[in-house]
Design a protein around this ligand. Structure first.
Ligand code: FPP
Ligand code: MG
Length: 292
């Protein structure tokens, strides 16, 4: 089975991330925090998607590396800030930044990452910069919806608006920027955005389902959001709630793959299809998939 860590695209992101951290002053506290945050086993899914979309569109992946790094940095910033908001204790198997360094330092570490991400994306074209800014705004908006999800009238529509903004928006921007860097036109970039949006939604629903089933061991938070399986469970039995949630995952995965069908065969497309499965359906135990 393909391991994400063995992909050339993963290695490229990792090398440029290591270079960025290494370039910082040895004694700085920021460097220490970045080492903790950026070396703690993230899979770099979003930047890999960006590089693969560039390749599918016939572009050179080396030209996309800084954009991919910008995506990874803003993602890391959002996780640091998310852990402050929902009092996350463990992230990627290690202590969360705010637990280790305190809330003020963790917020500043996020601010540093966002600023570095902006400087990296700024050398790309307007379309890419706009996609990037749009995703950042959506992430903050989606997270705002998330922190009020415990109110009584939070329903399915609110859930999808929430995950589409807080999670899928960055997948969507990654895919669209990947296409733009390769010189794709707007129509093509919007197809990739739709691919990313569907993968991102499927990814978040899986994450929420695994949390509902109590299977996420490398993460632990104090505040729990209201999620799709929990919403379904309000009006039906456990098995039916799981089954309907899995169906939503499968539908979004299908939508994503349908978008890619419109593009010619390539090694990059094969990798993207594999990753689509790896981060969604492959995360679910067979016994759960069978329930759909
Ligand atoms: C994880 O959700 C969090 C996100 C997907 C987005 C967080 C976004 C922000 C904090 C807004 C900040 C915006 C920018 C641009 C930096 P989760 O809590 O459901 O997942 P988890 O289980 O991994 O914590
Ligand atoms: Mg969280």
């Amino acid at each position: 089975m393909m391991e994400i860590e063995n992909l050339e695209e993963y290695q490229l992101i990792k090398a440029s991330m290591d270079e960025l951290v290494a370039s910082m002053e040895e004694s700085s506290k920021m460097k220490k925090m970045l080492l903790h945050v950026c070396s703690s086993g993230g899979k770099s899914i979003r930047p890999i998607i960006l590089l693969l979309c560039t390749e599918i569109c016939g572009g050179e992946r080396n030209k996309s590396v800084n954009a991919a790094l910008a995506i990874e940095l803003i993602h890391s910033a959002s996780l640091i800030h998310d852990d402050v908001l929902d009092d996350g204790i463990i992230r990627r198997g290690v202590e969360s930044a705010h637990k280790k360094y305190g809330v003020p330092a963790a917020i500043l570490c996020g601010d540093f990452l966002i600023s570095k991400a902006i400087s990296l994306i700024s050398s790309y074209g307007t379309d890419s910069v706009l996609e990037f800014g749009r995703a950042g705004m959506y992430m903050a908006e989606g997270e705002t919806i998330d922190i009020s999800s415990s109110c009584t009238d939070f329903g399915r529509k609110n859930y999808f608006e929430c995950i589409s903004k807080k999670t899928a928006s960055l997948f969507a921007a990654s895919a669209a920027i990947g296409a733009y860097v390769a010189g794709a036109d707007r129509e093509t970039a919007m197809k990739f955005r739709s691919f990313g949006e569907n993968v991102g939604n499927a990814y978040q629903i899986v994450d929420d389902l695994l949390e509902y089933l109590n299977r996420l061991e490398d993460k632990q938070s104090t505040y729990e959001s209201v999620t799709l399986p929990l919403l379904y469970r309000r009006s039906m039995g456990h098995e039916e709630a799981v089954s309907l949630t899995v169906k939503e995952v499968l539908q979004h995965v299908k939508n994503a793959k349908d978008v890619l069908q419109g593009f010619g065969d390539s090694a990059a497309k094969d990798k993207l299809l594999l990753i689509t499965n790896l981060i969604t359906v492959d995360m679910l135990p067979a016994s759960v998939l069978e329930m759909s």
